[in-house]
Design a protein around this ligand. Structure first.
Ligand code: PGA
Length: 254
C-alpha cells in the first residue's frame, strides 16, 4: 500500500484529482471506477475546475440504491449528474451506474459486473465507511464477492440519513460492486478525510486482513494508493514511517 498523508482534506482531494488527471492525460479513453459520498465532493469540484478532458473516458460507479429511479434526487446517478457528469458534459452512453429501479436487481447486478469485466477498470476511486466498508460491501462481506445486492447496516443507513428528508426513506438495499470486483481494478485510489475515519483507516492499513473490515482487502492489491488527511491518519501506529517514505505525500527520493 502506498500511504500518502496530506495536511488537510483539500490537499488530500487535490492529490486524488492529480491521480485522475495523470491517468486521463496518459490514456484519454481510460475506464474509471467512481464513488459517491461527501468525501468525494471536493474531488469532483477539483475535476470540474480543472481542464481534465473526460470526453473519452468511460465511467462505472461503485453502487446505487435499490428502489430509487435514476431521476430520484437521492440516487447516486443524480449525485453524479449534479457534481461531475453534467458540469463536464459527459453523456449517458459513457457513464454507468447500476439501475436502482431495475425489475430484477440480482440480474441487474450480474449485467453490471459483466459490463465492468469487459475491459476492466484502469482506476477505481474509493471512499471508506466509518465501519470499514468500501462501496456498500458491509462488514463480513465476502472478500471474493462480485457485484450483487447487499443489505445496508443500520450504521450506514444512519450515516446516510442526512441526505434524505425522512430517515425512513433511506433504502435498505443497494447494488454494489463486490470486493473482488474492486480488487480487479488496475489501480485503486482510496480517499479518507476527517477524524471520524481514523479508526477505519487504521484497521484497513494495519489491522488483520478480515471481512470484518472490508477495506482491509486492499492489503492484497498490488497498486493501492491510500490518500488521507492528518485527521484520518491520527490512529495509524506506523504514521512516522509513512511520513518518512512519502513526506507531505511526495514520491520517495531514492
Ligand atoms: P462519505 O462516505 O464520504 O460520505 O463519508 C464514504 C463511504 O461510505 O464510502
Amino acid at each position: 500500500m502506498k500511504l500518502l498523508i496530506l495536511p488537510d482534506a483539500a490537499a488530500a482531494a487535490a492529490r486524488v484529482v492529480d491521480e485522475i488527471r495523470d491517468l486521463v492525460d496518459e490514456k484519454p479513453d481510460a475506464r474509471l471506477g467512481l464513488a459517491t459520498g461527501g468525501t468525494m465532493e471536493p474531488v469532483y469540484q477539483g475535476l470540474v475546475a480543472s481542464d481534465a478532458d473526460l470526453s473519452r473516458v468511460t465511467t462505472f460507479n461503485l453502487d446505487e440504491y435499490v428502489g430509487l429511479s435514476p431521476q430520484h434526487p437521492q440516487s447516486y446517478r443524480s449525485f453524479m449528474e449534479a457534481r461531475l457528469f453534467g458540469p463536464k458534459r459527459m453523456s449517458r452512453k459513457q457513464t454507468h451506474l447500476p439501475q436502482g429501479d431495475a425489475p430484477d436487481p440480482e440480474a441487474e447486478a450480474d449485467r453490471y459486473e459483466a459490463q465492468i469485466a469487459d475491459g476492466g477498470l484502469d482506476l477505481q476511486l474509493l471512499g471508506i465507511g466509518a465501519n470499514g466498508h468500501i462501496g456498500f460491501n458491509e462488514p463480513t462481506s465476502s472478500l471474493g464477492s462480485r457485484t450483487r445486492v447487499k443489505t445496508l447496516t443500520r450504521r450506514t443507513r444512519d450515516d446516510n440519513a442526512r441526505f434524505f428528508d425522512d430517515p425512513d426513506e433511506v433504502p435498505r438495499f443497494a447494488i454494489t460492486m463486490g470486493i473482488a470486483t474492486i480488487l480487479d481494478a488496475r489501480h485503486v485510489v482510496l480517499l479518507a478525510t476527517g477524524s471520524a475515519k481514523a479508526e477505519a483507516v487504521a484497521a484497513m492499513v494495519e489491522g488483520p486482513l478480515s471481512a470484518v473490515c472490508p477495506a482491509s482487502a486492499l492489503q492484497l492489491h498490488r497498486r493501492a494508493t491510500i490518500v488521507v488527511d492528518e485527521a484520518a491518519a491520527s490512529s495509524l501506529a506506523l504514521r512516522d514511517y509513512y511520513e518518512t517514505v512519502h513526506p507531505g505525500g511526495a514520491e520517495p527520493e531514492l
